[in-house]
Design a protein around this ligand. Structure first.
Ligand code: HEM
Length: 138
């Protein structure tokens, strides 16, 4: 990612944060509509789950300027997701649901540049998580 893309992601995330709970709710509705099979993987309270997701996204977004600071947490999260029953292919659906949610939340501010920047940021995070997951012994 270029420094300009990092800034686009960080600035646009700041606009989503005030509506984070609503955004998380929209995200999960979209995700479950896109792939109903993932719904049973979520066992806990969805509001708390939404806060964990947006919290982790905030950490990742802030850490984009110093990637090495977020890699260990992302790897740890990727390994945990193996236990939750998450497969590699799910990351594509989650990525699409995330971009859709950002588009709803940002409206006109979700420009093509912002979309590309978010796709790269999510791609980096998802790849780090998937690589760590792949290294978990079966
Ligand atoms: C960048 C991608 C992702 C991020 C940042 C993320 C974030 C998180 C976080 C922070 C937690 C809580 C972990 C904990 O309490 O230890 C969690 C749990 C979970 N995530 Fe993800 N996640 C991502 C991708 C995915 C994908 C692709 C799926 C597939 C459907 C998924 C499904 C789940 C499930 C099922 C749980 C456990 C829910 C429960 O305990 O009931 N996540 N995720």
């Amino acid at each position: 990612m270029t420094p300009a893309q990092v800034k686009l992601v960080q600035d646009s995330w700041k606009k989503v944060l005030p509506i984070a709970d609503t955004a998380a709710e929209m995200f999960y509705s979209k995700l479950f509509a896109m792939d109903p099979a993932v719904k049973p993987l979520f066992k806990g309270d969805m509001k708390a789950q939404g806060r964990k997701l947006t919290g982790m996204l905030s950490t990742a977004v802030n850490g984009l300027t110093r990637l090495e600071t977020i890699v260990p947490a992302a790897q740890d999260l990727g390994r945990k997701h193996v236990k939750y029953g998450v497969k590699d292919a799910h990351y594509d659906t989650v990525g699409a649901a995330l971009l859709w949610t950002l588009e709803q939340g940002l409206g006109d501010a979700f420009t093509a540049e912002v979309k590309t920047a978010w796709a790269s940021a999510y791609g980096i995070l998802a790849k780090t998580m998937k690589d760590a997951a792949a290294a978990v012994p079966a």
